[in-house]
Design a protein around this ligand. Structure first.
Ligand code: ZN
Length: 444
């Protein structure tokens, strides 16, 4: 292979390699360089094979079904970002040719790249934001779809997007070139797109048949998921979305052992559900209760213990307000335009139902606190309230359980402990039993 072709091959290795080394190639085109290029290419190939291996190990197929080549998710096995605050290039390598579509969302500006179902076996640092972007997230959106969301510092356009085959036959790379544009141009992009920014429909694999008469149905909601990882463990680096799903499974199992109780999960895999979808899934499943599970982080690392939240227009305190604000960001992270969700129907009946539901939610929260007292660590004033959007079902009593904080070392250890999960699930089941007895005694 000629030097020129090798140079081209190296350049095609990606914008990052190209930009970092162009100068070097230009000034030192000697035999030594040819040798060093040859060596670099070998290293690059080896690195690529390793990346694919790493990706295969790291990527967790989001479905338990043994997948053949036709139905297997795409594999994104390496990525890089380069550029400045005028122009930024993103390159993502896939094992097969990816179909993709690009959309824009305003307030704040986000670029959404929709993909078929993709396993992301990327090193977390490979998509560290830079240039035009202040956050780059990726993950499953449910219903066989995945997504990348690029949060931009200002109005941004993808001026070029292409899929190129890798020369060595290892797959395809998606190359996206982004440019800073002015407000007017961005407004035009928004007005021209057909896309409405909603999340995909929830798969119909949740209970749709009405439960048997007298069955008490509980929707167990594992917070976060897919593109929305939630908080990250201070020591273990575990993602909140995994902690909540693991706990949710144990809790649903525990609740299902109770006579007359039927618990189901709003999500049973690593996928994104919008806050509205979670509420919708609970209502469609005829839930009598909705329990959303979380394990967030706080700046104050010494704060630990469980908290039970109910919804209210005014937050009980600063901490509650801060957490609700963070939780409510979930849809923004996933590139969903908030205004695209169905508007609340203002209706006096709904208002009355809401008030009654609220009373039940508070009663459940108190019951959970009573169960936890003396058994597991609680924070001061363990029943708090704030404007959590996931708790807004007008007719399903709902609580959000912060099991503990991933920012606290002791809490983190407990959250990962299967025995602790079992114990806490048992305490929640006790609380639900007491709540039901009280409701029955009150004619509910
Ligand atoms: Zn959370």
């Amino acid at each position: 292979m000629s030097l020129a072709r090798r140079l081209t091959a190296c350049r095609r290795g990606g914008a990052w390699a190209f930009e970092r080394t162009t100068g070097e190639y230009r000034v030192r085109a000697t035999a030594n360089v040819v040798r060093s290029l040859r060596a670099k290419e070998t290293v690059r190939r080896a690195a690529r094979s390793l990346a694919v291996l790493f990706a295969l190990v790291a990527a967790q197929p989001s479905s338990g079904v043994a997948a053949d080549a036709e139905t297997a998710p795409l594999l994104a096995f390496s990525a890089r970002v380069a550029g400045d605050d005028a122009r930024t290039r993103l390159v993502i390598a896939f094992d097969r040719k990816p179909d993709f579509s690009i959309h824009y969302v305003a307030d704040p500006v986000r670029v959404v790249i929709d993909l078929p179902e993709t396993s992301f076996g990327l090193k977390p640092e490979s998509l560290d934001p830079r240039g035009l972007f202040n956050a780059i997230r990726y993950g499953g959106m449910g219903a066989g779809a995945s997504r990348l969301v690029l949060s931009a510092n200002g109005p941004t356009e993808i001026t070029e997007a292409k899929v190129l085959p890798e020369e060595d036959g290892s797959g395809y790379r998606l190359v996206l070139d982004a440019e800073r544009i002015d407000r007017a141009r961005f407004e035009k992009l928004l007005s021209e797109q057909q896309w409405k920014g909603s999340a995909r429909a929830v798969k119909a694999d949740r209970p749709s048949a009405p439960p048997k008469a007298g069955t008490f149905v509980i929707a167990v909601d594992a917070g976060h998921g897919g593109i929305d990882t939630g908080a990250i463990g201070g020591t273990s680096r575990i993602e909140e979305k995994r902690v909540t799903l693991d706990f949710a499974r144990v809790l649903a199992e525990t609740l299902n052992r109770e006579a007359g109780v039927e618990a189901f999960l709003t999500r049973d895999r690593d996928e994104f559900l919008s806050l509205a979808q979670r509420v919708q899934v609970a209502r469609q499943g005829n839930a009598d209760l909705f329990i959303s599970l979380h394990a967030d982080t706080l700046r104050q690392k010494d704060i630990r213990g469980a908290t039970v939240y109910t919804i209210s227009d005014r937050a009980s305190d600063h901490l509650a307000a801060e957490l609700a604000q963070r939780e409510n960001l979930s849809d923004e992270i996933a590139g969903i335009a908030i205004e695209s969700e169905p508007p609340e129907v203002a209706d006096i009946l709904i208002d009355l139902t809401r008030r009654e539901t609220q009373a039940f939610s508070v009663s459940l929260a108190r019951s959970v606190v009573t169960s936890f007292e003396g058994q597991i660590k609680l924070i001061n004033n363990p029943h708090r309230h704030a404007g959590f959007r996931v708790l807004q079902a007008p007719d399903v009593p709902s609580v959000l359980l912060e099991l503990g904080f991933l920012s606290n070392k002791e809490d983190e250890t407990l959250l990962l402990d299967p025995e602790w999960r079992k114990k806490v699930s048992g305490l929640i089941a006790d609380a639900v039993r007491r709540y039901r007895q009280a409701a029955i005694a009150n004619g509910g």
